[in-house]
Design a protein around this ligand. Structure first.
Ligand SMILES: Cc1ncc(COP(=O)(O)O)c(C=O)c1O
Length: 431
């Protein structure tokens, strides 16, 4: 039984703790890396921008999130049931640093089927999504002050991760074929002759976020050669690669080098659901082993790994991905066609051949922020393009907006285009 005197003492202890900590600024206690981490925003977390202020029903073209109505709920539930019905408690205990081996094997067989080495389980480290994979790569290979080169624009979340790991992030522009190699070479010349350590080049060769662009095979080969000559690691992010509309994309950088000098990042987020939080680093086994010591989180969920494995081997997965390819091809076309009447004079677009995004480069003096704000008045949300630039503006690229057609129902995309058309008009004509 608790004595009255114990209770008095415990309330004195609570008072002392409150007095000591109540007004103590938490941020003062955070380490330098956390204090210097860039502020986060909805786009970096894959969420929609602010809730739209409008009487119209909200439409979000904000986050890179799979279609809401076609997630394979029944199949995932059945897979989970089979996992939990199996004898033994393996799904419910720790699973080790690399993640469930049969799932790693399955990922290799499906996602790297064109790879010269046919990566097996030892080529994978399973992580908390592709974001966790990028964080693991940075945690293992980046020292504070090392340089990471990224394409600009690029995925806002990766910029945050790299800066949070105290890398110096330097952007290199893109053209229609991918990252610009003349600019990359000049940047490497400048940095390496100043004695800087350029550790990584981060690229999204296929269905790039935010531009939707796919790097040509020629550019991939030239990039590999340049990076090898300068001995800089390539980190390729293939979050969207499976979601091609017609033809499969060119080979991954890893397929082209048999994995030498390349760390590949992948995820189930875009082909199934972002809430799974299961992704991976794929690399030659000695590089995976080099990363294992930097893992401190006791691994990811063995339960989810087993559910996904069960889902994949049951044969449901390829069919789901195939349906998603057709669905996103249709959604991309629907939105692009519905926007066409506004193209002249308001924007230019390179229609994507896969992935989730339309990237509109604005004309007529429009700014991304202004168009976004005007659209919000009609209940439509999406990201202004400046979110994807390390410096916070498009610089020489000019102004842009990113429209994610992936998540809302196809039926609302024409309405979204009409609202955007009105927003263009108001932004161009002073409100
Ligand atoms: C290019 C890219 N990489 C990585 C991620 C993070 O994905 P995950 O949910 O697998 O962490 C995203 C999410 O939007 C992305 O667009």
């Amino acid at each position: 039984m608790t004595e009255r005197s114990d209770l008095t003492m415990s309330s004195r202890a609570a008072d002392a703790a409150r007095d000591a900590w109540d007004r103590f600024p938490a941020l003062h206690t955070a380490n330098a890396a956390t204090q210097n981490a860039p502020a986060s925003n909805a786009t970096a977390w894959g969420l929609s921008e602010q809730a739209p202020i409008s009487n119209l029903p909200p439409i979000s073209l904000g986050g890179g999130i799979p279609d809401a109505d076609t997630q394979p709920r029944a199949e995932l539930l059945a897979a989970m049931q089979r996992v939990l019905d199996a004898p033994g408690d393996a799904p419910l205990v720790y699973g080790g640093p690399q993640g469930f081996e049969p799932l790693r094997r399955e990922i290799g067989a499906y996602f790297a089927s064109r790879h010269p080495s046919q990566p097996g389980a030892d080529w994978y480290l399973l992580t908390n999504g592709a974001a966790g994979a990028i964080e693991s790569v940075c945690a293992s290979f980046i020292d504070p002050g090392d340089v990471v080169i990224t394409e600009i624009p690029t995925f806002a979340g990766s910029l945050r991760t790299m800066r949070g790991k105290q890398a110096d992030v330097i952007g290199v522009g893109m053209d229609d074929e991918g990252i610009r190699l003349d600019e990359l070479e000049a940047t490497l010349d400048r940095l390496q002759s100043a004695g800087r350590t350029v550790k990584l080049i981060y690229t999204q060769p296929t269905f790039h976020n935010p531009t939707g662009l796919t790097m040509t095979l020629r550019r991939r080969l030239d990039l590999i050669e340049l990076a090898a000559r300068r001995r800089v690691l390539l980190m390729e992010d293939h979050a969207y690669s499976e979601l091609y509309f017609d033809e499969p994309p060119p080979p991954t950088l890893s397929e082209l080098t048999d994995g030498f000098g390349v760390l590949t990042v992948g995820t189930f987020s875009k082909v199934i659901a972002t809430g799974l939080r299961v992704g991976w680093v794929q690399a030659r086994p000695d590089w995976i082993q080099a990363m294992v010591p930097a893992r401190f989180d006791m691994g990811n969920s063995p339960l989810l790994h087993r559910m996904l494995h069960e889902y994949m081997v049951h044969g449901d997965f390829p069919q789901h991905v195939e349906q998603m390819r057709q669905l996103y091809a249709h959604k991309a076309k629907t939105l692009a066609s519905a926007l066409e009447p506004y193209q002249e004079p308001y924007y230019e677009v390179a229609e994507p051949s896969g992935g989730f995004f339309l990237w509109l480069r604005l004309r007529s003096g429009l700014t991304g922020d202004r168009v976004r704000d005007e659209a919000q008045r009609d209940g439509l949300s999406f990201a202004s393009g400046n979110r994807f630039y390390p410096g916070g503006d498009g610089g020489a690229d000019g102004e842009s907006v990113r429209l994610a057609y992936s998540w809302p129902p196809t039926a609302v995309l024409e309405d979204a285009a009409e609202r955007l058309g009105r927003a263009f008009h108001r932004a161009a004509n002073g409100g």
